[in-house]
Design a protein around this ligand. Structure first.
Ligand code: HEC
Length: 267
């Protein structure tokens, strides 16, 4: 027993020291900034989230890195100057802002920043080395590369065929990364044994993160979480859709599931 403990400690020690030396911008981002800043959200989703839905759709805690990178490009970079000088300019801005955040210095579009409180200072929470690493990460940030990384293909056609075949209802849960009620729903309601059993019996479930992926059937959400019940018809491509927005208690959600099953039987 004792020798195993020693080995674990040694292995852990190794892993830590290795990652300390090879710390990348992504490591620092994940460890410190990702609590609030999502890396990438498509431009049209951002637009929709703020201008149409006042941030209820994605419930962002902070502007995404892609948006900050865009603002830095437009406001801090000077195309007439060389890359080295531009990099210094951007680094200086970030190094200063994260320690002494102040709205007066903001480079963000006020149409977006008005939805957020001023960023809390990271003074004492980030080392000078990490500040330099994260500044370069932000300067080099390539939204397209991130977009590619996060695209999950949703084989909805397949899901639909399966639902038709098994005579099941498709239940889509639309969520967003920092959505507190999505988490509450997933951790409190959707784990309830009676709900798990009901879902297993009559439903095929899909979770779609609307900050990254499109909903099928041209569905859209104006708040998360939102639930879509999709009732397929046997032998036809037509579907009936019921939309239920919001987070629900176990009792209420079980009622909703039961009603959907009844509705399917009575159609
Ligand atoms: C506790 C949440 C939180 C954390 C952690 C956080 N930020 Fe922020 N940040 C915000 C919020 C909220 C805003 C928008 C309000 C503002 O601009 O002050 C913001 C804005 C920014 C801006 C834009 C400033 C402007 O208005 O022009 C930059 C740059 C930034 N953050 C960098 C970082 C970096 C780099 C990290 C990680 C090292 C980080 N943030 C960690 C919450 C956070």
């Amino acid at each position: 027993m004792r020798s195993r403990k020693v080995i674990t400690t040694v292995v852990l020690g190794l892993v830590c020291s290795v990652s300390l030396f090879a710390r990348t911008g992504e490591d620092v981002y994940e460890e410190i900034c990702a609590k609030c800043h999502i890396a990438y959200i498509a431009e049209d989703k951002i637009e929709q989230n703020f201008s149409e839905y006042s941030n209820t759709m994605l419930k962002l805690k902070a502007p995404p890195v892609s948006q900050i990178a865009l603002a830095m490009k437009q406001k801090l970079r000077n195309p007439d100057l060389n890359d080295k000088i531009n990099r210094l300019e951007v680094s200086a801005f970030i190094a200063d802002y994260i320690i002494y955040p102040d709205r007066k210095k903001s480079i963000l579009d006020p149409k977006i920043s008005k939805y957020f409180p001023t960023m809390p200072s990271l003074k004492g929470k980030i080392s000078p080395e990490d500040i330099e690493i994260i500044s370069n990460f932000a300067y080099d940030f390539d939204p397209k590369a991130y977009a590619k990384k996060s695209v999950a293909n949703l084989p909805f056609e397949k899901v639909l065929q399966k639902a038709q075949r098994e005579d099941k209802i498709i239940l889509i849960e639309a969520v967003a990364p920092h959505c507190r009620y999505c988490k509450k729903m997933q951790e409190e309601t959707l784990v309830e044994p009676s709900i798990v059993a009901a879902l297993k019996k009559d439903f095929i479930t899909l979770t779609v993160d609307v900050s990254k992926d499109e909903l099928p059937l041209d569905l859209n959400v104006h708040m998360t979480p939102s639930f879509f019940f999709i009732f397929p018809h046997k032998g036809s491509d037509k579907v009936k859709i019921k939309r239920i927005p919001g987070a629900w208690s176990k009792e209420d959600f079980l009622d909703i599931l039961n009603e959907s099953v009844l509705a399917k039987k009575n159609k």
